[in-house]
Design a protein around this ligand. Sequence first.
Ligand code: JFZ
Length: 456
Amino acid sequence: MKKHSSLKTILPLLFLMILVLGLMMCANQNEESSQSIIETQDQHDKRMSWWREARFGMFIHWGLYAIPAGEWNGETDHAEWILTTAQIPVKEYEKFTEKFNPTQFNAEEWVQTAKNAGMKYMVITSKHHDGFCLFDSELTEYDVVDATPFGRDILKELSNECHQQGIKMCFYHSIMDWHHPDYLPRRKWESRPAEGADFDRYVQYMKGQVKELVSNYGEIGVLWFDGEWENTWNRDRGTDLYDYVRSLQPSIIINNRVGKGREGMAGTYDPETSVGDFGTPEQEIPDTGLGYNWETCMTMNDHWGYNKHDDNWKSEKELIQKLVDIVSKGGNFLLNVGPTAEGLFPEPCVKRLRAMGKWMDVNEESIYGTTASLFSDLKWGRSTTKAEKIFLHVFEWPKNRILGVPGFTYEVESIYLLEDPETQLNINYSENRAEIELPEQATDPYVSVIALELKK
Ligand code: JFZ
């Protein structure tokens, strides 16, 4: 009797439990799930740590488009998009391969130039939207080794050098591909038929290439995807690609353009609901920090790929102040170089990188491994923080030599200019504010940095 009655009570309960479990599983599937790889905050922080420390990296846009160097039929505003912007048929564009012979290319020099500038990582186009590959791929003939007189694996030489010189090697890889027959959609103006094209097959090709990239070039720091905005790419494909890359190299970092969550040039996204490890503002710097990892990518002039007519270079001062501005908001700066068809960095780039390196030699402590400013709205510049130190970056030297820091109430052990640590500066407090007595003139032509060591 007793047994019977307990079964009677348990059975409906069991049904209820199964029902609830089933409902929960359904709900889980409908939920906007982000990447399926589970990672604790600790594991995430550990994976991101080199990247957060680094703060400054080099972007390189290089490919066949360096040959026309931005010019086509008298138009001079093209660059890495020239196949599309000048509407060059794929068959005709392919002919650039015969001319791609950058005999001046020297991986050691490129990596040295980045390193001397204070950059800690290098992101180079393994493949841009034109589909041409700078590495030896088994999956296509449309690459530097198989299709050009140059015949050398550029990524192999660069990754060897990067590993040698302690720079993280990273690849930019375009999802959009104007060359592969299976990629869809077609450009409206082109005559290649779309019949027979199979986007799933294209995705297999792309994943195969990504596998080559993370298998044949040693440890890769970042895979920087792009060209995700066309309607053939979707959230699930993004999640699948993210998971695939992480399954091959678990410690790799992947940008948010792998998925569909990015908002235009601002590059913002919701890391809770979209795949990717960092946001990618393009040609702009957000007004404040974003509350998650982000990296602004930017050109030194107005084009990513080499354009021989583009002389609109940002000044050394602008570039250094942009680096400081970004870092003071907790972001990274990925600064672009578009090398020539001969394999050289344009001279104006080299000059600017040298100036940045010179500044970094003195002031790098206020950049690497720092976190965002503790103060908002500093009229004269920016600030960063590291452990027991606060750095003040003075963009505009105060005429009365008094640098006011609203909200600064900490007691300091020591206060000095990074370029002259031996000379102590005076600091006075009034109300909710500190005032630092500076020398008459700005001590650095770009940004002078004051270090404040706090009392423990
Ligand atoms: C993309 C590329 O098309 C470009 O060639 C370059 O590589 C750059 C770093 O990234 O540029 C974009 C991508 C998306 C937008 C704008 C420019 N957008 O969504 O506004």
